[in-house]
Design a binder for this molecule. Sequence first.
Ligand SMILES: Nc1nc2c(ncn2[C@@H]2O[C@H](COP(=O)(O)OP(=O)(O)OP(=O)(O)O)[C@@H](O)[C@H]2O)c(=O)[nH]1
Ligand SMILES: [Mg+2]
Length: 451
Amino acid sequence: MLYPLCHHRLRNMTLTTCLTWMQEKRLQNFLKGKQLKLLYMASVHNFCSKDLLQRCCDQGPTITMIYTSDCIIGAYILDNYQDKKKVPVILLTLKESNILGCKIRPCFPLVRRHHGEFVYDKSSNFQIFLEKKKVVISLNVVEKLDLPPDTDISFQECQVFRCEDLLDTRKMTGVNELRESLLSAIRTYKPYRDLVRQVQILLLGPIGAGKSSFFNSVKSAFHGHVTHQAVVGSSRTGMSKQYRTYSIKDGKDGNPLPFILCDSMGLSEEGGLCMEDLLYILKGHISDRYQFNFMKPITQGHGNYIDFPLLRNRIHCVTFVFDVNSVENLSYEMLAKIKRIRRELIKCGVVHVVLLTCVDTMDLIKREDLIDIYKCMPVKLKIEAVHKKLGVALSDIFVVSNYISEWDLDPLKDVLVLSALRQMLLAADDFLEDLPLEEADTQCAKEKVNV
Ligand SMILES: Nc1nc2c(ncn2[C@@H]2O[C@H](COP(=O)(O)OP(=O)(O)OP(=O)(O)O)[C@@H](O)[C@H]2O)c(=O)[nH]1
Ligand SMILES: [Mg+2]
C-alpha cells in the first residue's frame, strides 16, 4: 500500500510550472486575476490524451499551455473541460512583453471520446495531438496570433492549469477574519509593563512618501469608513508643515487606542525636517501642532517646547516611510541623511522599521495580489533591495496600499495596514523592554504621579 502512495507523491512533486513568475503574472492579469493551479504536465503524465482528459475534466475553466522551441501558446477553455459539449475557447500567445489573444468558435477541447476512442475535433481551428507532440492551428488564427507561418507546430511540453478565482468568498472570509483578529490584537495591546498608556510611533520619510496617508488608513480601519483627517497631497516643499501627534479613538465614541501616530514634516535634500528638530522629537521635547521652520530648529521657551519630557512624550518606535516605486532611487544626500538618522536612532536605542507605500501602483500588481503580497516577486525583490541599501532587517520591512480616493474600506488593504501597525507596536515594546531598569522604574513612578 505504501509504495503507490509514495510513488504518487513523487510524481506530483515533479509538477512545476514552466512559466516564469513574470509570464504567469501577465497571464493572470490577462485572465482577469485568475490564479493558476497546475493539473497536468505532459512530460510527467506520458503525453497521453486519456490521462489529460481524466485529470482536467470537470475542473471549471482551464488553460492549456503549449511550449514550443520558440513560443508559448495557450488555449483558455472558459467552461468545464469535457468531451460532450462544445465550449468557448480563447487562444493566445505569450510574447516577450504582452499577450495576443484570439477568440475561436466553440469546440470540443482537444479530444473527443468516440466509441471509446479519442478522436480530434477536425472542425476546430485548434487541435492538439498530444501523443504526436504537435498542434494544428488554422492559418487565419496563426496570423492573428503572430505565430511563425506554419499550421503544424511541434512542441516539447504541454501543461494544463485550472483557473481559480483568487478572491473567492472562502478566501475573503479568511481575510475578514484576519482583519478582525488584528483589530482586536491592537485594541487589547498593552505597552510593556504598562510603562506608558500609549506608545508613540514617529512616521519619518521623504516628502510625499505617504506618511499622512498611512495615518489616515489606520484611522479608517478603526473607524469602519474611509477618513481623510490628515491633509495629503503633493507639494515640492511638503504638505505637512506641522508636527502632529494623532491619538485615534476606537470607533467614533470609543476609547483612545494604545498608540499615537506622530506625523512629521517630510525629509528633503534641501529644507524639510532638520536634524535638530528630529532629535528634539525623539526625546519628547516637541508637542502636538508645532509649526516647523526648516531654517531654525525649536528653542527652549517656545510654546511647543517641553522642558522635562516624560517617557510618554518620547518616541518609542520610528517608522521610515518610502514610496515603493522610488525607494531604490533615493538621492545620495537623502540616503546619507537617512543613514545618519539611523545611527542616531541606534544610539538612542529607538527601534525602527520600514514601511513601503503605494504597493498598488507597482507594475503588474493588481488588487488580488494584496492577499499574498509578500510572495509577489517584484515586492520580494524590492524588500531585499531596501534591506541591502538601508541595512534594515528583512522582517522589519512592510508594504501597504493606503486609502487614497476610494470611499469604501477594503479588507485586503486593512490587513496590510494593521499587520504593519502591529509590528510597530511590538517594536515599541522592544524599546520599552530595553530601557535600563532604573530609568524604567523612575519613569513608571513619574507616569503614576502624572496620570
Ligand atoms: N496609489 C497610492 N498613492 C499613495 C499611497 N500613499 C500615499 N499616496 C499618495 O501619495 C501622495 C503623498 O501622500 P502623503 O500622505 O501626503 O505623503 P506625506 O509623506 O505625508 O508627504 P509630506 O507631508 O508632503 O511629507 C498623495 O497624493 C497620496 O494620495 C498609496 O499607498 N498608494
Ligand atoms: Mg504629510
